[in-house]
Design a protein around this ligand. Structure first.
Ligand SMILES: Nc1ncnc2c1ncn2[C@@H]1O[C@H](COP(=O)(O)OP(=O)(O)OP(=O)(O)O)[C@@H](O)[C@H]1O
Ligand SMILES: [Mg+2]
Length: 486
């Protein structure tokens, strides 16, 4: 059911129009002047306007109404009704944006047909509009602006990305785990001419060879035990778009040859098929381990390597771009606050200094998780040192397995329980120390954290805390009442 506005000053005509359109199950609103029609367009947003352009009285006139509707919402179709159709009038109305033109007297079935036609077209336009809006959202999500970092190495990455986004050149993205390889692959896709087509990502390390092969290339029914149906592979699915082959270094040699053949002639053969299929996909690959060793050991084909690495993009580890850390930390806190509808917590300099001193083996992903945790734990809109994970505070740099992309519910609960226990200790313990001793203990704890964050280097810790080495040693010494430790 659509909402149709009839703008017509002749009451007998209105009766006929209403009757016919109601039969088609539409909701009808009427206006007997162009002025009233303008109000109704504004207030009710009809799906279609039927307008008599010869409405004589008042301002504006019918043609102006038509112009207004088109300005207000170009997707509302307007069918113009006229008593004296001349070619000039028809042309003027169509120029002003009328969808169609109907002359009095008209046949009822003609009117019906034109109304239904206009509504179908409107629906199609709406689908297109929603699609454009959705694509824009996706594009916004993966604009280069959403890749945060202004260090010279990241600037170089952006420059290269700008140059190649709109091309079909194969790209090999190199970088440790969590450095943003997939983010860059998506940004290349969504900023290029293939943006409206699919982006498909697959991790080549996640599947055994034969499964990966049928996942990528598809298979015919009966090609192997368990192949009960024909299967379209990801290459075919991504036709017109981009395929992102993550951890390409793990691909088995047999499959590497098949990929090489595909890269050479853009044709593929499904498992168990004799026919080839032409497919147009852009290939972006990534690896978090240098391929050199695999090349030396002949576990990776050299010819394939040259083919996939036409443009290599190297994403440096986070520890080599520490100036990006505050930017990224703020960016994540902002995103989290936006998601939760809360205000963005403050990050004090000492917290930023600790973040910059840590080595981040899990790179940006680890920082993102640390910010998720800190945002959940922090009190009063301020992130304190104790809201950071232990390993960050103590500069522990042991190899950690890839952390989950998000803080899981269980982890969050554990962290909150830890926080509650900590809070209750503070509130339950009765003050027994002198204020000076308490302050001293706090300072010692803080300095020790700074030393740990700098890998035991006291000089660096002192400079991070903006105190001299002498002050640092003095403050670490036990207090004696009466001596001034400032
Ligand atoms: N420069 C950056 N700006 C903003 N967010 C980033 C940046 N780099 C990475 N991220 C975020 O960090 C997380 C990890 O990034 P991504 O998955 O792209 O890393 P990866 O290199 O593919 O990791 P892996 O090797 O483990 O697959 C994602 O949530 C991503 O959005
Ligand atoms: Mg990845």
């Amino acid at each position: 059911m659509a909402k149709i506005l009839i703008a017509e000053d002749d009451p007998s005509m209105v009766v006929v129009l209403v009757e016919v359109l109601k039969e088609l199950n539409h909701e009808i609103i009427t206006a007997n002047s162009a002025e009233r029609a303008l109000d109704l367009v504004r207030q009710q947003g009809p799906d279609l306007v039927l307008a008599d352009i010869e409405m004589p009285e008042g301002q504006p006139k019918g043609l102006e109404l038509l112009r207004f509707v088109k300005e207000h919402d170009p997707l509302i179709p307007v069918i113009v009704i006229t008593g004296y159709a001349t070619k000039e009038r028809a042309v003027a109305a169509l120029r002003a944006g009328a969808q169609d033109f109907i002359e009095k007297p008209f046949r009822i079935d003609e009117l019906r047909k034109r109304v239904e036609n206009a509504l179908v077209q409107r629906q199609a336009m709406q689908v297109i509009r929603e699609n454009v809006a959705l694509k824009k959202q996706l594009r916004d999500k993966f604009r280069f602006d959403n890749i945060v970092g202004s260090s010279p190495c990241m600037e170089a990455v952006y420059r290269m990305m700008e140059r190649i986004a709109n091309t079909d050149v194969t790209v090999l993205i190199l970088g440790e785990s969590g450095t943003g390889k997939e983010l860059v692959a998506k940004a290349l896709h969504y900023n290029g001419r293939r943006a409206a087509m699919p982006f498909v990502a697959i991790n080549c390390a996640a599947l055994p060879e034969h499964l990966l092969e049928s996942e990528l290339f598809g298979h015919r029914k009966g090609a192997f035990t368990g192949a009960a149906f024909d299967k379209v592979g990801l290459f075919q699915y991504a036709d017109g778009g981009t395929i992102f082959l993550d951890e390409i270094g793990s691909m088995a040699l047999g499959l590497q040859s098949k990929l090489l053949r595909f890269l050479q002639d853009h044709e593929l053969r499904r498992v168990g098929d004799t026919e080839t299929i032409k497919v147009d996909v852009r290939i972006i690959t990534a690896t978090n381990e240098p391929l050199q060793k695999k090349l030396d050991e002949k576990l990776f084909r050299e010819d394939l390597f040259y083919r996939i690495s036409v443009i290599p993009i190297e994403l440096p580890p986070l520890r080599d771009r520490t100036t990006d850390i505050p930017l990224l930390a703020h960016f994540f806190l902002q995103t989290i606050a936006q998601r939760n509808g809360t205000t963005v917590p403050t990050l004090f300099d000492e917290v930023l200094a600790a973040l910059q001193a840590y080595r981040w083996p899990g790179n940006v992903r680890e920082l993102q998780n640390a910010m998720e945790r800190a945002a959940a734990l922090c009190d009063g809109g301020v992130i304190a040192l104790h809201d950071l994970p232990e390993r960050v505070l103590h500069g522990v740099d042991k190899e950690i397995s890839t952390p989950p992309a998000m803080l899981s519910g269980a982890m969050l609960d554990a962290a909150l329980a830890e926080k509650a226990a900590e809070a209750s200790q503070w509130t339950l313990s009765t003050p027994s120390l002198s204020l000076k001793e308490f302050t001293h203990q706090q300072e010692v704890r803080y300095i020790e954290q700074a030393i740990a964050a700098n890998g035991g280097d006291k000089e660096k810790a002192a400079s991070m805390l903006d105190i001299s080495m002498a002050t640092l040693y003095r403050k670490l010494a036990p207090t004696t009442e009466g001596s001034d430790i400032v």
